[in-house]
Design a binder for this molecule. Structure first.
Ligand code: PNS
Length: 159
C-alpha cells in the first residue's frame, strides 16, 4: 500500500502546545506528517527559520514519521514535492473558520487531489495562539504549560 503523507503547514512562530496536540492527532491519520514551516518574507518573525527548524526538531525528535522542513512559495507545490495528499490545519474557535475555509477552497482549486482536514486541539488549548504567547511572554508573563520546554527556554532567552 502507498504511504499516506500529510503536511502540517504553518508559521509556527513559535510552535505551541496546541500545535503539538494537532500534530499528534494528525499522526493517527497519516503514515508520515511533515511539519512544513512557511518561509515568509513579508512577516517579521520572532524566531528565524533556522531557530524554528531547530526547536521543532528538538521537540518532535529524530522521527522519520515527522520530518520538519521549511518551504517557500505555494503550499500545494510543496505538497506535490513531498507526495502529500492531506493538508492538516487546526481549528480553534468559529473565528478561525472563515480564513481556513478560504484557504482550503483555494488549495482545492489549485490541487484537486489534495484534501484539507481540520482537527480540533484539546479544549485547554483553544485560546492559545503563537501571537498571544509572544505578546504575554514579551510583557513578562509565565507561558509555562502553553509551549513545549524548548520553546519556553528560547522565549525566555529572547525577552
Ligand atoms: O500558521 P499560519 O500563519 O496560519 O499558516 C498559514 C499558511 C502557512 C498555512 C499559509 O499562509 C500558506 O499556506 N502559505 C503558503 C503560500 C500559499 O500557498 N498561499 C495560498 C494559500 S490558499
Amino acid at each position: 500500500m502507498t504511504e499516506r503523507v500529510a503536511l502540517y503547514p504553518g508559521s509556527f512562530d513559535p510552535l505551541t502546545n496546541g500545535h503539538l496536540d494537532i500534530l499528534s492527532r494528525a499522526r493517527r491519520l497519516a503514515d508520515k506528517v511533515v511539519v512544513a514551516i512557511l518561509e515568509n518574507d513579508v512577516k517579521t518573525p520572532l524566531f528565524s527559520i533556522a531557530e524554528r527548524l531547530e526547536m521543532i526538531r528538538e521537540i518532535v525528535g529524530d522521527d522519520p514519521a515527522t520530518p520538519v522542513l521549511s518551504f517557500q512559495g505555494l503550499l500545494v507545490d510543496f505538497a506535490r514535492a513531498t507526495g502529500a495528499t492531506l493538508l492538516v490545519r487546526g481549528l480553534r474557535a468559529v473565528s478561525d473558520y472563515e480564513y481556513e475555509l478560504q484557504m482550503a477552497l483555494m488549495n482545492r482549486r489549485l490541487a484537486p487531489g489534495v484534501e484539507t482536514v481540520f482537527l480540533m486541539a484539546k479544549e485547554e488549548y483553544s485560546y492559545v495562539s503563537s501571537r498571544l504567547v509572544k505578546e504575554v511572554a514579551r510583557l513578562g508573563a509565565d507561558v509555562h504549560g502553553l509551549v513545549p520546554d524548548p520553546v519556553l527556554r528560547r522565549l525566555i532567552g529572547k525577552f
